[in-house]
Design a protein around this ligand. Structure first.
Ligand code: MUC
Ligand code: MG
Length: 366
């Protein structure tokens, strides 16, 4: 179980069409594949999606910090020393995607070594999650058509709609068109990626008051401290902290300060070890959670469903697990499949997925 090598491999896979939202856009999945090798010949894998517009990390930066800073702090330790390794790595501030991919690759290696699924090791509550699809900015008709395709092909009946454009009617018109086309039984919620002010957010939510939204996420910046608290207090749906609460301490502050009433857990940002801490905090404080999507590929989505299925609280709501469908290809030997609106945890040890060597050779950039 001794770690002998850590690899950080850049790869790039184009999207079918850009995914656009208030804080940025993604045209190509320029991610980093992390592989942790042990002296038993086991290899654990995970992927890091750089999100410069959210956390400041870049693909080159993730590779450099893993190769030059984290790998030397990890090699020589065993897979069961996660807390000791985590404490060493935590001395470097930031770098959430790099730290998380390393953490999850170690969990994958541990599961493979022990002959158990990661989801079993974490909690083993269930073996699947219902799926929410995230809809990026477009014209109302195009967003309706994408939602209908996701419903008809994959059985998905929950949608997170990106909002935060000006004027707010650009987005409220989309949400109204989705509700009219999809009917009352479909779940709809909105994510502003900090695009609106507090008053714009309040006005938009009033305009959508009859549309049965279930959540509102990061409509305005959490740094607008009083405006955010004013907004959260007047809404009658949970307000989700996502990019404003990337650490357990931020989660605690957000909930206690009234900056949010629910939490997005993203394994791409807090790995399995940190996500477990966030889960326990949310459970202890009585906050709802949603399993979020950092625009993950299939490997990242396999991590999200493994974690989300491990606990009752995280599997209660549908998880944001489907945006790998927007990519032209991926790295796994057997693609993930969403059927009947559900994604199942892969059978097999660790994460239960394998990297296709030919595909990696085609898409790797080093
Ligand atoms: C989301 O929930 O905000 C967009 C930016 C990011 O970091 O994650 C995505 C989705
Ligand atoms: Mg979000």
């Amino acid at each position: 179980m001794k770690i002998t090598q850590v690899e950080a491999i850049p790869f790039a896979i184009p999207y079918r069409k850009p995914l656009r939202f208030a804080s940025g856009e993604v045209r190509t999945a320029e991610h980093v594949l992390v592989r942790v090798h042990t002296d038993d010949g086991v290899v654990g894998v995970a992927e890091a999606p750089p999100r410069p517009f959210t956390y400041g990390e870049t693909q080159a930066g993730i590779i450099a910090v893993i190769r030059d800073v984290f790998a030397p702090q990890v090699v020589g330790s065993t897979l069961t020393q996660g807390e000791a390794i985590g404490a060493r790595i935590a001395r470097t501030v930031g770098n959430p995607a790099a730290k998380s991919a390393l953490d999850m690759a170690m969990w994958d290696a541990l599961g493979r070594t022990l002959g158990l699924q990661v989801t079993e090791l974490l909690g083993g509550f269930t073996d699947r999650m219902r799926v929410t699809h995230m809809l990026g900015f477009d014209e109302p008709a195009a967003m309706v058509a994408e939602a209908e395709r996701m419903r008809d092909v994959h059985g998905i009946t929950a949608f997170k709609v990106k909002v935060g454009r000006r004027p707010v009617q650009l987005d409220t018109a989309v949400v109204r068109a989705l509700r009219e086309a999809l009917g009352a039984e479909v779940e709809l919620y909105v994510d502003g990626n900090r695009g609106w002010s507090a008053s714009e957010s309040a006005r938009a939510m009033r305009e959508m008051a009859d549309l049965g939204l279930t959540l509102a996420e990061e409509l305005n910046p959490a740094d607008d401290v009083l405006g955010r608290r004013w907004l959260v207090q007047q809404l009658d749906v949970p307000f989700v902290a996502d990019e404003s609460a990337p650490t357990p301490a931020d989660v605690t502050r957000s909930l206690l300060d009234g900056a949010a009433t629910a939490i997005s857990i993203k394994t791409a940002r807090t790995g399995f070890t940190g996500s477990r801490r966030v889960h326990h905090l949310a459970e202890g404080l009585g906050a709802e959670v949603v399993m979020g999507n950092q625009i993950d590929g299939q490997l990242g989505s396999a991590c999200t469903v493994a974690f989300g299925s491990a606990f009752e609280l995280t599997s209660r709501r549908p998880g944001e697990l489907s945006n790998f469908l927007d990519m032209t290809d991926d790295l796994l030997t057997e693609p993930l499949e969403i059927t009947g609106g559900e994604l199942r945890v892969r059978q097999g040890t660790g994460l239960g997925v394998e990297i296709d060597a030919e595909k990696l050779a085609r898409y790797r950039q080093d």
